[in-house]
Design a protein around this ligand. Structure first.
Ligand SMILES: [Zn+2]
Length: 91
């Protein structure tokens, strides 16, 4: 199966992807592709960053809304203020 590795932030939002046939089957290799320095990888793992291998169908369902910024992860936390400002500009 030619799937995709997806990179997931601590809030559960997918922030990146790379093809499985480019990376291989190991999550460590996927993480290294996004984060070259081992110290940074250790910090990210402790913070809750994850890398998961998904099928093309699962990629469409889970990753695309995030990568297109259409998911609802980003409306939580610090992004709310930004959304309010955009609404005021539009009105
Ligand atoms: Zn998201």
């Amino acid at each position: 199966m030619a799937g995709f590795w997806i990179r997931i932030d601590p809030q559960g939002c997918v922030t990146g992807s790379v093809r499985e046939d480019y990376i291989g089957a190991l999550a460590e290799d996927a993480h290294r592709e996004f984060t070259p320095r081992v110290a940074d990888r250790r910090r990210e793992a402790a913070e809750g960053w994850r890398h998961e291998l998904v099928s093309p169908a699962e990629f469409d369902a889970r990753a695309k809304p995030c990568l297109l910024r259409q998911c609802d992860h980003r409306s939580r936390g610090g992004r709310v203020v930004e959304d309010v400002q955009l609404g005021e500009v539009a009105s």
